[in-house]
Write a protein that binds this ligand. Structure first.
Ligand code: FE
Length: 213
């Protein structure tokens, strides 16, 4: 998604909750105090936030997907009980107590949304991107997912592909097992994991093709 597109979503986002200024002020005060006392550095705080947003979560989800692509028995267990299967790889925790993985197949594409707020499987995907919380995404994904995917995410699915939209909640957190890309026979799990993007696990994108950066 381009910055332009995110901005356009942001502009229609008039009902999104704004952070409570008192909590934000308290967090900021605590952070400055810790920095002043020399317990942490500002860079370290930014790094942790960045890590959680961009790396840890989606990297772990990618590891699970790669394992499922490489090991049919694991894939079976993942589809039957995602929380238990992730635990096998030491992955789990807060906001991932009841995860359900839905599989993309030839002809069926899955995508997730939280129509109420921003529920999301943190242990495998990290923190949700801002656009995931916008009413524009939450309502349009339900009403016209095909157009939303094409116009906002550049994912133009054939008319013959059925799109299933899963409403993630505090009780059940869905995420997507994308299809294994062609030409990946013989690749190691680490190599496979490199092809798995956060967006592919939300269902607003596809995994990278071999050789794609
Ligand atoms: Fe929610």
């Amino acid at each position: 998604m381009t910055t332009e597109q995110i901005r356009s979503l942001a502009q229609v986002d008039r009902t999104a909750p704004t952070p409570d200024p008192r909590i934000a002020a308290r967090v900021k005060a605590l952070e400055s105090l810790l920095i002043d006392k020399g317990f942490v550095t500002e860079e370290a705080v930014d790094r942790v936030a960045d890590l959680y947003e961009k790396e840890v979560g989606p990297k772990l989800g990618a590891k699970v997907v790669a394992r499922a692509w490489a090991d049919p028995d694991f894939k079976q267990r993942l589809l039957e009980d995602a929380t238990a299967a992730c635990r096998e790889l030491g992955i789990g925790g807060l906001q991932g107590e009841d995860m359900v993985v839905v599989e993309n197949t030839e002809g069926v594409h899955n995508a997730l949304v939280c129509t109420l707020c921003s529920c999301y499987p943190w242990p495998v995907l990290g923190l949700p991107p801002n656009w995931y919380k916008y009413p524009a995404y939450r309502s349009r994904m339900v009403k016209e997912p095909r157009a939303l995917l094409r116009e906002e995410f550049g994912l133009d699915l054939p008319e013959s592909t059925t799109i299933r939209v899963w409403d993630t909640s505090a009780e059940v957190r869905y995420w997507v097992l994308p299809q294994r890309p062609e030409g990946t026979e013989g690749m190691s799990e680490d190599e496979l994991a490199e092809l798995v993007t956060r967006d592919a696990m939300i269902g607003v994108g596809l995994p990278k093709r071999v050789g794609e950066q």
